[in-house]
Design a protein around this ligand. Structure first.
Ligand code: NAP
Ligand code: GLV
Length: 310
């Protein structure tokens, strides 16, 4: 079996080791490889391949995304439509994301931001503590990642709701769905987490109207994609005081340019698209499972619906 790897060079060795351990004797090739006979490649393991590249491998049996989000693949207008595109669903990726969400939800629920500032000025004071059961967290996107984060927030007794395209049944989590229920979802949400896929329907969804629908003093955590947010609207909502703080892991341009105002905005915490990173030793298990299904002539798990965009 032969693999093609298209991603950052610093990730190559770990992926080669992980895949060759699962498929001993296979070939592992890294893009760009000018001497490569493209017809030998069976599976492409990819993150943001150049437009048209995947279409030039005539015998591809599967495209395995290195990320849960496949927006970086779907922008390829020549992406082969007859080859299954499998997005990443992985234990480590899911757990890492829930850790990130839980960390920042707890941080803002317990106001460690304020205590941190007071500590710098040697101020000894307390704020009123809010019962976690009275703290309302809302998650945009209640899929693999949003669903896990919702369950874990629940174990900490937060009042959790999610908004998705279709209704969900997660124990103790209120499900809002569809455009009609967005306003009610927002009105009850004090800490809003975005875990939507980036599609034509969700691009720019976090705009002035959405932010105004949140209660005064709400916190926004974006760990999905930068393009979900209209940055100017978010900055206006922060400056105007309606949004208390934004934790942003993802941006329109990455790496975030040094002159981007988010870096220094006092009401913004920037993280470096690290909310959850792909761990090759774990994620390769998912890839192996899917490769075995395809080799057995069966449909792989978590195939992307190319029309829906996720
Ligand atoms: P997923 O399982 O496909 O879940 C997507 C959720 O969004 C589903 O609940 C879906 O609703 C909902 N949704 C999609 N379009 C919608 C719409 N137009 N209106 C309402 N709801 C909509 O995806 P996932 O694995 O949880 O991943 C989510 C995203 O997280 C990825 O696409 C990626 O962008 C991001 N991510 C970021 C990082 C990071 O480090 N920052 C790491 C991993 C992933 P239905 O179920 O009803 O269809
Ligand atoms: C990371 O952003 C992913 O989509 O997995």
């Amino acid at each position: 079996m032969n693999f093609l790897f298209i991603s950052n060079a610093d990730k190559r060795d770990a992926w080669r080791d992980a895949m060759l351990e699962r498929f001993p004797g296979s070939g592992f090739y890294t893009y760009p490889d000018l001497d490569l006979d493209k017809s030998i490649i069976d599976y492409a393991i990819v993150w943001k391949p150049p437009t048209g590249e995947l279409a030039s491998y005539p015998n591809l049996k599967g495209i395995l995304s290195l990320g849960a989000g496949v927006d970086g693949l779907l922008v390829d207008s020549e992406l082969p439509r007859n080859v299954p595109l499998v997005r990443l669903v992985d234990r480590c990726l899911t757990e890492g994301m829930s850790e990130y969400v839980l960390y920042w939800a707890l941080h803002h629920h317990r106001r460690f931001d304020v205590y941190g500032m007071w500590r710098q000025d040697k101020i000894w004071k307390n704020l009123r503590q809010i019962d976690t059961r009275d703290r309302k967290v809302g998650i945009l996107g209640l899929g693999v990642l949003g669903g896990d984060a919702a369950r874990k927030l629940k174990t900490f007794h937060f009042d959790v709701a999610g908004w998705s395209r279709t209704k969900k049944n997660i124990d103790g989590v209120t499900s809002y769905f569809g455009a009609d229920q967005m306003a009610a979802f927002l009105a009850r949400t004090e800490i809003l987490v975005c875990l939507l896929p980036l599609t034509n329907d969700t691009r720019g969804i976090v705009d002035a109207k959405l932010l105004a629908g949140l209660p005064e003093d709400a916190v926004f955590i974006n760990c999905a994609r930068g393009d979900h947010v209209v940055d100017a609207d978010l900055i206006r909502a922060l400056d105007g005081g309606h949004i208390r703080h934004a934790v942003l892991d993802v941006f329109h341009t990455e790496p975030l340019p040094a002159d981007n105002p988010f870096w220094t905005h006092p009401k913004v915490t920037v993280t470096q698209h690290m909310a959850s990173l792909t761990v090759p030793t774990s994620a390769s298990e998912w890839m192996a499972e899917n490769i075995k299904l395809i080799e057995a002539g069966k449909p792989p798990l978590n195939t992307v619906d190319l029309n829906r965009g996720y």
